[in-house]
Design a protein around this ligand. Structure first.
Ligand code: ADP
Length: 328
């Protein structure tokens, strides 16, 4: 294991899911199967993903002082994530997602952010003891906690010499006053197609080359490196050395939940350890693809060995007919 460390500042939720024959209409009661509990929240998902991928991970976040909070903290620790920077706030509820799934997969989700929305800048300082990151660390951020906190974390990590990676999900309104300062405070931006389209004035692209050009255009907003994930079509990236496109892996996908989180965790780890961008993107696509082969969020996240195996069975990046690297 390397001496670098990944620090995640972000959300933690409990996902409670019930499968029903059909979604209830307003005012209606529908009986369903037994409730399934799953740990979730983009922050916790990416922290657990990184731990399974072999990293030393420190998570910073807030839970409530309820039973769900205790369970979520325990689950993180069981995954090997350092949860000393995760506190349980007295009198506050833990983040909770109530998910109702119709048998054909159609679903409704009601989210109660709870303690996640209490993660303000003073709370961040308290949880980190004033030291968020060391120079060799990588900071991985998402947007399910208050934006001013994310900006403060990015700036603190950058001032400490750490690499800062932002998964801009969920994307706030493009005219949100904190969005500009945030994008100019991170080194790497990761977005999916919808988020990329939300950030771009030219509008969405319709092929991989156009997405790669958009990734390059997004670098003007501040991040030196921009990666756009394209679901089953892989990902494109633009960095100081040029743009690259990665066609991804064909796998028997059953549930895409967790794919983006696995991708972001692997990308942060690979770039943090100095892996060149095309190789980092390919490895991240392998992690994302594996997460689609199993149901659930954290339950679907792959291990390093699984990523290595998928990569070993696939054509080498620079020889593959489907992987193109263009240096500017
Ligand atoms: P998000 O879940 O954040 O919208 P994507 O759907 O773009 O993100 O997925 C993230 C990554 O996971 C993709 O870049 C790709 O590498 C991988 N992935 C997602 N869906 C599939 C799929 N059906 N088959 C293979 N890989 C996939």
């Amino acid at each position: 294991m390397s001496s670098e460390r990944l620090v995640v500042v972000g959300s933690l939720n409990m996902d409670l899911s019930v499968t029903v024959p059909r979604l209830p209409r307003p005012g209606e009661t529908v009986s369903g199967a037994d409730v399934v509990r799953g740990a979730g929240g983009k922050g916790a998902n990416q922290a657990v993903a990184a731990a399974r991928l072999g990293a030393e991970v420190r998570m910073i976040g807030l839970l409530g002082d309820d039973a769900l909070g205790g369970e979520l903290r325990e689950r993180l620790a069981r995954e090997g994530v350092d949860a000393q920077g995760v506190a349980q706030l007295p009198g506050v509820a833990s983040g909770l997602a109530l998910i109702v799934v119709q048998q054909d997969g159609e679903n409704t989700i009601t989210l109660s952010p709870g303690a996640n929305h209490h993660l303000d800048v003073p709370a961040l300082d308290t949880l980190t003891g004033g030291t968020l990151a060391r120079p060799a660390d990588t900071l991985l951020l998402q947007l399910e906690v208050p934006l001013p906190t994310v900006v403060a974390a990015a700036r603190a990590a950058r001032a400490a010499g750490a690499l800062t990676v932002l998964n801009a999900a969920p994307l706030p309104a493009p005219d949100h006053p904190e969005l500009g300062p945030l994008l100019s405070s991170v080194d790497v931006l990761v977005v999916n197609e919808t988020e990329a389209a939300g950030l771009l004035t030219p509008g969405p692209a319709d092929d991989r080359a156009a997405w790669a050009a958009h990734a390059d255009a997004l670098r003007d907003l501040g991040p030196a490196t921009v990666v756009i994930t394209l679901g089953a079509d892989g990902a494109v990236a633009a960095g100081p050395q040029g743009v690259c496109t990665e066609h991804g892996f064909t796998v028997p996908a059953v549930d895409t939940v967790g794919a983006g989180d696995a991708f972001c965790a692997q990308l942060a780890l690979s770039l943090g350890s100095g892996t060149p961008l095309p190789d980092a993107v390919r490895r991240s696509c392998a992690a994302g693809a594996l997460a689609t082969t199993r149901p659930g969020a954290q339950s679907s996240l792959p291990s390093t060995a699984e990523v290595d195996a998928l990569l070993a069975g696939a054509p080498a990046p620079y020889e593959s007919a489907t992987n193109e690297v263009h240096h500017a």
